[in-house]
Design a protein around this ligand. Structure first.
Ligand SMILES: Nc1ncnc2c1ncn2[C@@H]1O[C@H](COP(=O)(O)OP(=O)(O)OP(=O)(O)O)[C@@H](O)[C@H]1O
Ligand SMILES: [Mg+2]
Length: 382
């Protein structure tokens, strides 16, 4: 087998993260999680998930792999193959012997039931859901107590790497690329909210879960926390509060009531990070600037202060009107009151428009203003 260089990150850096990063905001809420509908059907060599719930007949069955196959693919989980590490385990770059395909392999920590539930949810969700802005699950391995997930390899890593790890010689993200990523991520979320049936609440939207392919094409990853959304008359599902500090909608953190609007709030935080280059929570900053929303809210009120919010890494190379419009979308998404936030379809309309307005830093002008800017103020709520 011809070996690929395993330094998966473009800059060869290995990322480790604190295991406690993904937190339960209020453990005392109690767990009202229900089993995820859908069943595993065993074929001779592949397991596929019954797509009938989703009306999705053109699904691609996730393959099963043996532990040995995945150990071979990663050269025994060699550290040079390590792409990063999150709350659930390590992610390695590998090459499948059978197809020669380059993949990313996530090895879940063997820490009991919670991890196993998230593994099952991830396999079920990603087997049922297919969209150009969702990462593709190639297969999985459930061998003994080993749990591994095999994904398409995303060559440019995560959005988080590009926004905050700029010291490593990476090209800084320009305005056009930022808007393209924001619009694509919103489309992935729109598919989950409006096209999937029943709707899916993603629950873990953040910059490290937006992975980037060639040309900075964004895809949402990590569905281990996703929930099937409210059906019928219901507007929310009750659940133990899980998520990542700084991205959780206030009403969800306080009551455990999860709605599609909780995801819209998290999307607003991501959009703010994309525009400002600031982290949702940054303890290295001065007291009033550690929490991104708390820092941004007073600035939203004064249009003259908008330029102070643009990421200094942009070096002033952004369209002032585009900045204003993008900040207006972010401000609407992070409103305290969930029913005041736009639905994701309106966010997609606004950001697709913004992404279509190519900014040329050389001419300092907007090009091809073909469409009138939409105002995402619809209160079509769920
Ligand atoms: N399919 C993939 N292709 C390329 N790199 C990936 C892929 N999946 C994950 N990675 C890399 O591995 C890192 C760790 O991913 P992982 O999902 O385990 O953790 P995280 O998103 O940082 O945190 P969390 O566990 O809270 O989701 C990512 O930040 C990314 O750099
Ligand atoms: Mg992740």
């Amino acid at each position: 087998m011809g070996w690929i260089p395993c330094s998966g990150n473009p800059d060869g850096k290995k990322k480790r993260k604190s295991k406690m990063k993904k937190m339960e905001v209020q453990e005392s809420m109690g767990d009202h999680t229900k089993p995820i509908p859908g069943k595993l059907k065993r074929n001779s060599s592949t397991n596929s998930i019954d797509p009938s719930k989703n009306g999705n007949s053109d699904h691609i069955a996730a393959q099963t792999f043996t532990f040995r196959e995945l150990a071979t693919a990663t050269r025994n989980f060699r550290t040079e193959c390590l792409l990063g590490e999150g709350g659930f385990g390590r992610v390695y770059k590998g090459r499948l012997d059978s197809t020669n395909q380059v993949v990313a392999i996530k090895q879940l920590d063997r820490d009991g039931l919670q991890g196993n539930r998230e593994f099952l949810v991830e396999v079920l969700m990603l087997s049922l859901l297919h969209h150009p802005n969702l990462v593709n699950l190639i297969g999985y391995c459930a061998d003994g107590d080993q749990r591994l997930l095999v994904y398409e390899y995303m060559p440019l890593g995560s959005l988080e790497d590009h926004l905050y790890d700029v010291s490593l010689g990476k090209k800084r993200l320009d305005w056009n690329t930022r808007m393209k990523i924001a619009a694509g991520a919103a489309k992935g979320l729109e598919y989950l909210h409006d096209k999937a049936n029943p709707p899916v609440i993603y629950r873990d939207l953040k910059c490290s879960n937006i992975l980037l392919g060639e040309g900075y094409h964004p895809k949402l990853s990590d569905f281990g926390l996703a929930k099937l959304g409210p059906v019928g008359e219901n507007t929310h599902v009750s659940t133990r509060v899980m998520g990542t500090y700084g991205y959780c909608a206030p009403e969800y953190a306080m009551t455990g009531q999860l709605t599609l609007k909780s995801d819209v709030y998290s999307f607003g935080i991501v959009l703010l990070e994309i525009i400002t280059g600031r982290k949702a929570i940054d303890n290295s900053k001065a007291a009033g600037e550690q929490n991104l929303v708390a820092w941004a809210k007073p600035l939203f009120k004064d249009r003259r202060k908008f330029s102070q919010m643009a990421d200094p890494m942009l070096q002033g190379q952004y369209p002032p009107r585009g900045l204003y419009q993008a900040l207006a979308v972010a401000a609407m998404c992070v409103q305290e009151q969930a029913n005041m936030r736009p639905v994701i379809a309106d966010v997609v309309t606004a950001l697709t428009y913004l992404a279509s307005q190519r900014y040329d830093p050389n001419s300092h002008s907007l090009q091809s203003p073909r469409l009138a800017p939409p105002t995402p103020t619809s209160k079509r709520g769920r």
